[in-house]
Design a protein around this ligand. Structure first.
Ligand code: PXP
Length: 244
């Protein structure tokens, strides 16, 4: 079965912000990616607005023809913004000011009240909610108990263990892939929708795309990195072939 592709376009905005200019425009990137066949567009609205701005989310919300997924920390500020903008879905992620990128899943068990509140406010506004989560059954079952019906499994640790040539990957990489698989099967057994992402690239994506319960992969950096060299349309189409 084909795995859907959600393209994270944060780094289109990163290039724009490097010059505080108006180009490249994430809205144009989203349209090109949709024409190339992506199933959804993802952006992370960070507290420091280092790449994506509130205006970007507002424009994308009006122009994206597939599904707009906004990653956000479960903070009062972000809940207020999302209740106003009402994207198709939000993904709750942890966020620290000094991190270069999201460094792990949200610790749901340590943030029960914040997650409960975010689920209540976002779902109450008609927004679907996913939680970015590590391969940990207790975290997944807590998310489920709190009323979350969708998760994105963190594939970062798997990606960190995969070398440029997947054939030479050591046992640790395959063990981590098995953990992703077990977490996906567990979440699906709870009737949760299962997505996955982080650190995936053209070389390491196939084993994760082959996990039956994972419906969609969120991929950003590697596709945008390739797009700089071969163009966004080609970069998206090449990834879609690997997910088919
Ligand atoms: N999923 C989540 C929750 C993320 O925070 C990110 C990075 O913004 C991604 C997926 C995409 O990761 P990458 O850019 O490594 O493909």
């Amino acid at each position: 079965m084909t795995t859907r592709l959600g393209l994270n376009i944060d780094h289109v905005a990163t290039v724009r912000e490097a010059r505080k200019a108006s180009e490249p425009d994430p809205v144009q990137a989203a349209a090109i990616a949709e024409l190339a066949g992506v199933h959804g567009i993802t952006v992370h609205l960070r507290h420091d607005r280092r790449h994506i701005s509130e205006r970007d989310v507002e424009l994308l919300q009006r122009t994206v023809k597939t599904r707009l997924n906004v990653e956000m920390a479960p903070t009062t500020e972000m809940l207020t913004v999302m209740r106003r903008l009402r994207p198709f879905m939000c993904t709750l992620v942890p966020e620290t000011p000094e991190e270069i990128t999201t460094t792990g899943g949200l610790d749901v068990r340590a943030n029960v009240e914040a997650v409960r509140r975010a689920l209540g406010e976002l779902q109450g506004a008609g927004i679907r909610v996913s939680i970015f989560i590590d391969v940990d059954q207790e975290q997944i079952s807590t998310a489920h108990e709190l009323g979350c019906s969708m998760i994105e499994i963190n594939t970062g640790p798997y990606a960190d263990l995969t070398p440029a040539d997947l054939d030479s990957a050591g046992p640790a990489a395959w063990e981590e892939c098995e953990r992703v698989k077990a977490a996906a099967a567990y979440a699906a057994s709870l009737d949760m929708t299962v997505l996955a992402g982080h650190g995936l690239n053209y070389r390491n994506v196939a084993p994760v795309a082959g996990i039956a319960q994972i419906e969609e992969l969120n991929i950003g950096h590697n596709i945008i990195a390739r797009a700089v060299l071969v163009g966004l349309d080609t970069a998206v189409r090449e990834m879609l072939v690997l997910l088919a």
